[in-house]
Design a binder for this molecule. Sequence first.
Ligand code: NAD
Length: 262
Amino acid sequence: METGLQNRVAIVAASSQGIGRATAEGFAAEGCGLAICARKREALNAVAEKIRSQYGAEVMAEAFDVADAGAVRDFVNSVVGRFGGVDICVTNAGGPPAKGFLATTIEEWKRAVEVNFMSAVYFAHEVIPHMQKKKWGRIITVTSITTKQPVADLVYSNAVRAAVVGLVKSLANEFGKDGILVNNVGPGFTATDRLKELARSRSASSGKSEEEIFDGWAADTALKRLGEPRELADTIVWLASERASYITGQTVLVDGGLYKGL
Ligand code: NAD
């Protein structure tokens, strides 16, 4: 399948591991120039080096927190300075803590809004004017199945990620005329460090072993297994490609049939 992504410039946020990293590799494999970020410089630089040597891609890597509006602005400016523009922006960040409502704190609510909602606003705000100039752009937010179906004890995610969907739909409507397509991808249970963290938390609160927790998650899907980060990445790369040129304002779940609705 010809994706038409050769020489496009892709930002993939929060990409030193997990779904973000797999997505960065997916764009590198398609011949994109790549800009990646995460908070931990050492891990990020190691990933950048690996991607350069494996795919021969030009990779820019900068360490910062995506909840820092100024850092996002500086990063996007540097990307444009180095590559001459930005075509694709995948917003991503670590997930908020797993809790029931009465265990939540106001500080954590504010942090969840900053990291999991405002970061998408910051990136969109910076990249859209550059995409408008080219009359071509793709913004893809990585959120969660919680945008369609709340998950027990993930009250921060259930609440805050819904705002991202409202943002996605609004941007899709406003900037479709400029050739900018905006979509949301919602992972189900995907085998990453984030999922191990959730399993530990579930195990501590339920008394079940982590293995039982993983087995239960797999059993809840139609496909009876967890997802792989590459399966998320393939969907994101396809959404950014010319092969998905008439799709905007949508949420695509990559969840192995975990979502129970029609
Ligand atoms: P992960 O924890 O394995 O990786 C997160 C990445 O984001 C890492 O590279 C980390 O360094 C970086 N990061 C975290 N906070 C950051 C910040 N504030 N600024 C910059 N970088 C930051 O997570 P994952 O499993 O790859 O998940 C990616 C997203 O998808 C998360 O928001 C997660 O909650 C969501 N999600 C994951 C699953 C799953 O099963 N793995 C399911 C639903 C939703």
